[in-house]
Each structure stands twice: as structure tokens, then as C-alpha cells.
Design a binder for this molecule. Structure first.
Ligand code: C5P
Length: 307
């Protein structure tokens, strides 16, 4: 079932799935299985998808929200969604250890664009793992939880953490960045899906230098200087595939953003602003120019759990 109403029912246990923003992403190598080695500075936004869950007579999965239609075909949410995959993997883990994992009704409010480089599906999977541990009253050892997360996708372990961090390997080696300040950002997307494998395939240089150590200070200016020296190596191939990315980046630059870059494999670009009011003003101006595109002002998290 899908709808635009928000049936995150009263009494359900709720969890936010924050958007992931790659403030910088260097591709440093290629693994023998074809996955790329990354060095990425990552943060998360307070705003994201939302999930609600309650115990039920039978498993169900419902999608609502602005982007629900992209996940639903013939009125049904797909059985292979990362939310249901996360539910099934966690249940198998618990049941193999003699613990019960009774049927659950899960609703996903899909507020983030799909295939957009801000980890929507990965964030939903990670939020499902956090949520179902609460519903099923189970706390997994961190290493087991990370293994389940990584099996669901390279970005799922970092989305489980949902705090500022540096991600290495294919995304499984995580180091929190406690000095990262809170940023006011604007997420902007032309609402055209981008295929991550396609963008990785188009990369010409796969052995770029790693990222230098992050500032120990929390000063906004120090972080802007640090990030300004870095890149997203996937931005060049993504701009070739989708020319709208260059248009977005120009619009963000002209709107007064202090730093403009693409996140993940795109197409979402972000601007960092002096404060949230400036990000909101920029969003309103850009919405007037491109009413069919997605503009979301947001604040990044510093380790707190969004509600
Ligand atoms: O792990 P996930 O399913 O999110 O990855 C989607 C695709 O993106 C992979 O099949 C791979 O082609 C590409 N990828 C990659 N290197 C990474 C992450 C993803 O090549 N570190």
C-alpha cells in the first residue's frame, strides 16, 4: 500500500533515517572484487526518512511520503527493499540464537529522493536495524551488527552510526570526527536518479591520494579550509552522465554557499552556508527558479539522535 498521508501510527516506535552527506570522497584504490576503496568525510542531517514500527499478526511494509511512488509498483512496496532485507537478516540472526523476532508492521515515510547519493536506502536499512532492536528487545554486539549492516550495503555501517566520521575501506572502517562543527547546508537534487555502479565504472583515476588529517579544532573556518582542499572524485564522471549537476552546483555557488560539492555518486549537491536562515533563503530562491527540483535546507548532526 502506498499513499501520501502519513500513517506513522500513534503507538508505533519511531526512528529517523538521516540523510548521509559525503563532504569529501576520494577514491583511493580498487578491491579485487570490483568494489572501490574510499576515503570519505561524512556527516548526516537531522532531516531524513522516518520509520514507524509496531508488532503485528503478520509482517507488512508500507511506504508513504513525497517519494513513496518511486518505491511502489502496482500499489505494493517491493519485497526486495532494503528495509525488508534488513528486517529479514536481523530476524535470521536472532532466531538462529534462539531469540524471538515476531511479525512487525513497518511504515517508511520516504522524504529523501531515491538513488540520489545521500544514502536514502542505506539510511533506511540502518534505521530498520536500530528500530527492530528496540521492538524485539535485542541488543547485538557491535561487531555482529556491523557485519549485518555491511552485508546490506557498503554505506549501511556508516548510516548505523549517523554521526560525523571518516570512512575508509569500502565504508566499513569508521573513525568518528568529534571536532566537526554543525553545518547549515542545502541539499539540492534535479530529481533524476543516478546509478552508483554506472558512475564508478566511468571513473578514470582509481588511485587518488588519501585525505589529510581533519582539523582538531571545531572552528567553522578551519573546517571550510580543510574541506576546500578536498574533492568528490565521483563528481567528474557524474557531471558527464547528468549535466544538471553542473547547473545545480552553479546555482548553489551563486546563492552564497561557502562550499559547494556533490555527495556520493550524485546527483545531490550541497552548499554549506553561514547559518540555517541563509540556507533557507537560498532554497526559496532556487525553488522559484526550478520548482520541480528538490531543495532541502538542513542542519548536520553532531552525534545526537534525531527524533
Ligand atoms: O554496496 P552497495 O550495494 O551500496 O553498492 C552499490 C554498487 O556501487 C556496487 O555494486 C559497486 O558497483 C559500487 N560501489 C563500489 N565501491 C564502493 C561502494 C559501491 O564500486 N565502495
Amino acid at each position: 500500500m502506498a499513499g501520501l498521508e502519513s500513517p506513522l501510527s500513534a503507538g508505533a516506535i519511531l526512528e529517523v533515517a538521516p540523510a548521509k552527506v559525503n563532504l569529501a570522497l576520494h577514491v583511493t584504490g580498487l578491491r579485487s572484487d570490483g568494489y572501490h576503496l574510499l576515503d570519505s568525510i561524512v556527516t548526516f542531517t537531522r532531516q531524513g526518512d522516518r520509520l514507524g514500527c509496531s508488532t503485528s499478526n503478520a509482517d507488512s511494509f508500507t511506504v508513504c511520503g513525497r517519494f513513496a511512488a518511486l518505491l511502489v509498483t502496482g500499489g505494493e512496496a517491493p519485497a526486495d527493499n532494503l528495509v525488508t532485507k534488513a528486517r529479514d537478516r536481523l530476524r535470521r540472526y536472532l532466531e538462529s540464537r534462539g531469540q524471538s523476532a515476531p511479525p512487525v508492521a513497518i511504515t517508511l515515510e520516504k522524504n529523501l529522493p531515491v538513488a540520489a547519493g545521500i544514502g536514502g536506502g542505506s539510511a533506511d536499512a540502518a534505521a530498520t536495524l536500530r528500530l527492530l532492536q528496540k521492538v524485539w528487545n535485542a541488543t547485538l554486539p557491535a561487531a555482529d551488527l556491523s557485519m549485518i549492516a555491511l552485508a546490506l550495503g557498503a554505506d549501511v555501517p556508516m548510516c548505523l552510526a549517523s554521526l560525523p566520521l571518516r570512512a575508509l575501506g569500502v565504508g566499513e572502517t569508521l573513525a568518528p570526527l568529534e571536532s566537526m562543527p554543525r553545518f547549515a547546508i542545502l541539499l539540492a537534487n534535479p530529481l533524476k536518479a543516478v546509478s552508483t555502479p554506472d558512475i564508478f565504472r566511468q571513473l578514470t583515476s582509481k588511485t587518488n591520494p588519501p585525505i589529510s588529517p581533519a582539523p582538531k579544532s571545531s572552528a567553522h573556518g578551519d573546517w571550510l579550509d580543510f574541506l576546500g582542499e578536498l574533492r568528490n572524485d565521483l563528481e567528474t564522471p557524474a557531471r558527464t552522465v547528468l549535466p544538471e549537476i553542473a547547473v545545480l552546483a552553479d546555482m548553489l555557488g551563486e546563492s552564497g554557499a561557502e562550499l559547494v560539492r556533490m555527495s556520493g555518486s550524485g546527483a545531490t549537491c550541497f552548499g554549506i552556508y553561514a547559518d540555517l536562515a541563509s540556507a533557507k533563503t537560498a532554497a526559496r530562491a532556487m525553488e522559484e527558479q526550478m520548482p520541480d527540483w528538490y531543495f532541502q535546507p538542513a542542519e548536520t548532526l553532531q552525534g545526537e539522535r534525531p527524533t
